[in-house]
Ligand binder design. Structure first.
Ligand SMILES: Nc1nc2c(ncn2[C@@H]2O[C@H](COP(=O)(O)OP(=O)(O)OP(=O)(O)O)[C@@H](O)[C@H]2O)c(=O)[nH]1
Ligand SMILES: [Mg+2]
Length: 471
């Protein structure tokens, strides 16, 4: 066990602010001794995982601070692997801080962000991929994100990496045998037999690397940006998609100046939808509003650069302008949907005219239904199809990776694997070089689960700095 586990740490694990209850966690060898000094009545023979109702008061003080529930957990069977106590006190910032200060006065120190989980990792309670899954679970903002985090917490990625490690070790063992055989003259060289397991490893590695794009979308969601000329109805569409009066709408051209963003969930994925200032030919310099317009448009362009999907809006009741045609040419190579708005008014051009002028063969979605009401089902279906196409794959149900750290380490594995395969295919590979490649693969895989690392402290700092205090 690591030295780190000896010192008692404490933190409030629930979010700050008023609430029904707050949970204070205490972990470390002295956890039970500390809590015994402040909790009464102390049970004569405390049971673990039992909820005790009692009071918190300072040692030797008759003044009760709060009525609480207390649970004790033994070393080896707690989240951190150390002796732990959890105090469920009444919520409220002041109350919970006061109890926490009492624990500090008795020798506990404030836990750093993620320190409980770091101790769990150091005490062998979970591997690094599961620790990272805890962060993803806490931060999950969509159904798909939660499902993926839960699968990783259940060991999906760790198990797969473990399987790959078993294969790597087998190949390494086979290389050792070959080295021995070579030492005995006259025996056949069987390196070709290494090809199959190396190809299998390459396949598994490729599947995981290919899942990265899907994993990032599942965890982070996608950015969808509404753009088009001023007054075409972007803000009206934003409000209709959100089913709330979020963005200011008016008949005055140039109403939206800043970017207005809001979130919705489509296909279980978080969608950050942004309404932007209208784009048009540059305003005349003597226009007093020119500076604001230019700034607003610059902001729109920035958002467009980051968009995963652009919803380009056209007003069918006004003539198409050259600027709109140009704008379409600029975004046509990017994922986009063309939205035709204001179809309740007399049309200034047909959908066919639009397709011809833009040379557009993609999806054109009409936004106006019966009685001139904006309908969003077509747009939602368009966004849903985009999400499906981005998140689908041959292994849609399999393990996905979503962290740069995993992607980088698996890239190291992939490169070393291709070098190893080249050596095998070369006919008479230098076995020590082949073994060195396999060792590199082995080391990168071990670093994914945290079983080994070149710079353990640096790695742990990166992983656990993403946590909140109390987890
Ligand atoms: N008839 C009709 N009017 C619409 C429709 N959609 C929007 N409008 C009106 O068009 C005007 C402009 O709508 P906005 O949603 O503010 O347009 P915008 O593209 O956000 O405009 P800017 O913020 O100025 O770039 C408002 O008066 C809306 O009520 C529609 O489908 N039909
Ligand atoms: Mg607007």
């Amino acid at each position: 066990m690591s030295e780190i586990g000896t010192e008692a740490i404490a933190a409030i694990s629930t979010p700050p602010g008023a609430g029904g209850i707050a949970i204070i966690r205490l972990s470390g060898r002295a956890a039970h001794t500390i809590v015994k000094q402040v909790f009464s009545p102390w049970p004569s023979e405390p049971d673990f995982f039992h909820l005790y109702l009692g009071y918190i008061s300072a040692p030797l003080s008759a003044q009760k601070l709060d009525q609480v529930l207390l649970t004790l957990m033994p070393a080896g069977r707690s989240y951190t692997g150390e002796a732990m106590a959890e105090i469920h006190c009444h919520g409220g910032f002041y109350n919970s801080r006061k109890i926490l200060s009492l624990l500090f006065s008795l020798g506990a120190r404030a836990a750093a962000p993620g320190e409980f989980t770091k101790r769990a990792y150091l005490n062998g309670r979970l591997d690094l991929t599961r620790a990272e899954a805890v962060v993803s679970l806490i931060n999950a903002e969509s159904e798909a994100g939660l499902t993926a985090a839960t699968a990783q917490l259940a060991g999906g990625l760790a198990d797969l990496v473990e399987q790959m490690l078993v294969q790597v070790n087998q190949v390494l063992a086979a290389i050792e045998v070959e080295i021995d055989l070579l030492a005995e003259e006259g025996l056949d060289y069987r390196h070709q037999e290494l090809r199959t397991p190396l190809l299998q490893l390459e396949d598994q590695c490729r599947n995981l690397l290919q899942s990265y794009q899907r994993g990032r979308i599942i965890h982070n969601g996608i950015k969808v940006v509404l753009a088009g000329r001023p007054n075409v109805g972007k803000s009206s569409l934003m409000n209709a998609l959100l089913a709330e009066d979020r963005a200011l709408v008016s008949e005055i051209s140039g109403t939206t100046r800043d970017v207005v963003s809001a979130e919705l969930e489509i296909e279980g994925i978080k969608v950050e939808l942004s309404d932007t200032a209208g784009l048009d030919t540059n305003p005349l310099p003597d226009n007093p509003q020119a500076e604001l317009e230019v700034k607003g448009r610059a902001r729109t362009r920035r958002w467009l650069e980051q968009a995963a999907l652009i919803l380009l809006v056209f007003d069918q009741s006004r003539k198409l302008t050259d600027f709109e045609v140009e704008l379409y040419q600029k975004i046509r190579a990017r994922p986009h949907l063309v939205l035709l708005n204001k179809q309740d008014k007399p049309a200034a051009f047909s959908e066919n005219d639009l397709r011809c002028r833009l040379a557009c063969s993609g999806r054109v979605i009409g936004c106006v239904g019966a009685a001139g009401k904006i309908r969003v089902d077509g747009i939602v279906a368009g966004i849903a199809d985009f999400i499906k196409s981005e998140t689908a794959g041959d292994n849609a149900a399999a393990v996905v990776i979503s962290r740069q750290r995993h992607f980088d380490l698996l890239s190291v594995v992939a490169i070393a694997l291709s070098r190893a395969l080249k050596l095998v295919d070369s006919g008479a590979p230098p076995l020590d070089m082949l073994a060195a490649e396999l060792q590199q693969i082995r080391f990168a895989l071990l670093e994914i689960t945290g079983a080994a690392a070149r710079d353990v402290e640096g790695l742990l700092d990166i992983v656990f700095s993403q946590f909140c205090v109390g987890k």
